[in-house]
Design a protein around this ligand. Sequence first.
Ligand code: ADP
Ligand code: ZN
Ligand code: MG
Length: 482
Amino acid sequence: MDNYYVTIGLEVHCQLLTTTKMFCRCKTDYFGKAPNTLVCPVCLGLPGSLPVLNEQALRLAILTAQALNCRILPRVVFHRKNYFYPDLPKGYQISQYDLPIGVEGKIEFDFKGNREAVRIKRVHAEEDAGKLVHEGLNLPFGCSGVDFNRCGIPLVEIVTEPDLHSPEEARECLVMLRNVVRYIGVSDGNMEEGSLRCDANVSVSPSPEKMGTKVEVKNMNSFRSVFRALRYEVDRQVELLEKGESLYQETRHWDEARGITLSARGKEEAEDYRYFPDPDLLPITLEDSFLKEIKAAISELPLTRKERLMIEHELPENEANILVQDKTLADFFEEALKEFNQPRLLCNWMLTEVLKNLNEAGIDITESKVSPQQLAELLRMIDKGEISGTIAKGVLEEMFTTGLDAREIVSKKGISLISNEKELEKVVLEVVEKNPQSVADYLSGKEKALHFLIGQVMKETKGQANPEIVKDILLKKLASEE
Ligand code: ADP
Ligand code: ZN
Ligand code: MG
């Protein structure tokens, strides 16, 4: 395998977050809706109906191309891509051909300690097709249903140049693409629900000078399946070449359950689609001012944000990376930071305790009952010595289930830190008497013994003592023993 050069290029479709479809006024929130309830003569392609371009879809497609550093072509032209398939009632898809919205872009991401740049070949806008339904409809054996709700949902298609050289690298590139579309708010990028779909082209070659014959793999609906499908396909292709067989250009489907790819069809060439400019949609000239206005909406992108978090808040790269992978997590962090300005401590709490609670509830941070301000308040209480870290973990758990403030939970449960010195002195005295060996160890220079003694006091007080005060009292007590 090491004697082969792997080449991968991605084609990614993202559903754009518009409220209505690309060329009609039908709603786009089709997920979970009854089949064929979000349709009209335009998206069903009935004779005599005419498409009208949704400006918001155009804006979001342009924004995507801009965020991927593309050169924006001054004229938008839509073409008809003709093919026959039961989920495409018009018999053609409105797409773009030789004049996409953006060309010659790039996307950057960090991979194995290096900053990689993958060239973006093109970004274009097109409409989605419907969906065949094979299960759950109570249809006669051998029949399938077709749901046109998805017909005409606006998509942006992003095509990379073949600059990727391993399944891992392809996955990282896809993760970054997903994050970029989420950051700029053009798509929710959800692979499971099909709002982000990735086709991967892959070839292997014995020489780095000449790329091999590419195979297109479809039907992956998670980052993991993109990775597995590519790894499987690389192995399969190498094996064939090793046997002296040759590869031909084809489309293959990933079978998730069996972990293999299966040949679907030979690859169509552009001429098979008989592209021609859609006579119903006139070309649009993009004014500079319009492009500038759209570009102004580009928020900070994940890589820049990661670097800023590392510099501004001195977060380690790994931690900063986990935060920015999920924009809403990083937003939560920065909101909480406004009211509790200890970035490393806050970050630790987010990446351990907060994530743990979210995982246990099976929700993401946007569904959390705990607000950034509430988390900040809890951490301030620890910081002021009002409760210990151990207690705070339990309090946070309750905050997650009840949505109550830390302070309410603490007073309701009668939890408070014992910082009354008289009371603590009593406990310290007891612990010192019960542990003469540790006291002797400490006095003979073993620092560790002190931690043990503090631990014993914390245990006696069920974690409700303020460890800083315990330490002070202990040190005073031990000094008097010398
Ligand atoms: P087509 O004209 O067949 O659609 P393109 O040149 O537009 O081919 O490329 C389609 C996708 O395939 C792109 O993502 C590109 O990066 C990728 N690709 C092209 N050639 C190869 C190859 N030899 N091996 C792997 N991927 C490739
Ligand atoms: Zn419609
Ligand atoms: Mg396409």
